[in-house]
Design a protein around this ligand. Structure first.
Ligand SMILES: *Cc1c(COP(=O)(O)O)cnc(C)c1O
Length: 216
């Protein structure tokens, strides 16, 4: 399954990020032995525990809601933060990255699901903040794109619509003169919907259970 998903991503020129949350270390190590280097967790505590015991050349992605008071624990090593959902968080990441002498790549999380979701900017809010210059002036952050999660549903048309909306918004933002060349990643797609996401030109998919469930 891993090889198959990896191949599908390669053909779509998207990066496969393996979501290792709640998975056995031995399975993560097996994936590492197959050449996988990008892994994601949704909790700071788990990131810290895993980083401690796994090879140092793993690129760790944070994909879950991040509390501002925890940014300091991951600022020294995190490869990318996909789940930036407030200006307060953005400010804190910038501050902690500066203390570490790093520039941290981040994605802005956008609400696209029709169900009530707690975290993320609405597209309208994001557009407005950008126009108001609120995403500018951070010296230790690189805003590299957007992240979104579709509704948890079997309705493929709905999922497709939601991904499409995000892609259109991504292209719109990319075209603005206040958006830099760093802005080129669209993180969308999980186990149940990564193929739909790739059809909508996702550049990063975050797949967990589908891969791990197939590892004995
Ligand atoms: C858990 C999670 C995933 C992966 O989910 P699977 O269904 O296991 O592939 C992707 N993105 C986020 C934000 C997650 O929390």
């Amino acid at each position: 399954m891993y090889d198959q998903i990896k191949e599908t991503c390669a053909q779509a020129r998207a990066k496969l990020i393996v979501v290792s949350k709640n998975q056995a270390l031995s399975k993560i190590q097996w994936l590492y032995s197959q050449g996988q280097r990008d892994f994601a967790e949704n909790r700071v505590q788990n990131l810290l525990e895993r980083k401690e015991v796994l090879p140092t050349d793993i690129q760790w992605h944070m994909i879950g809601h991040l509390q501002t008071n925890k940014v300091k624990y991951i600022a020294g090593f995190i490869h990318m933060i996909h789940s930036v959902d407030s200006l307060r968080l953005l400010e804190e990441i910038d501050k902690q990255a500066a203390l570490q002498g790093r520039i941290i790549p981040v994605l802005l999380q956008i609400k696209i699901a029709s169900e009530e979701t707690k975290y993320g900017f609405s597209m309208e809010e994001c557009r407005q903040l950008w126009q108001d210059g609120r995403f500018h002036g951070y010296t230790n952050i690189k805003v590299c794109g957007l992240m979104g999660m579709a509704s948890l549903t079997d309705d493929e048309d709905l999922i497709r619509q939601e991904f499409h909306q995000l892609r259109v918004f991504f292209e719109e933002m990319k075209g603005k003169d206040f958006v830099t060349d760093n802005f080129r990643e669209l993180s969308m797609g999980m186990s149940g919907d990564y193929q739909l996401a790739l059809q909508e030109h996702s550049t990063m998919v975050r797949v967990g259970s589908l891969i791990f469930d197939a590892i004995p």
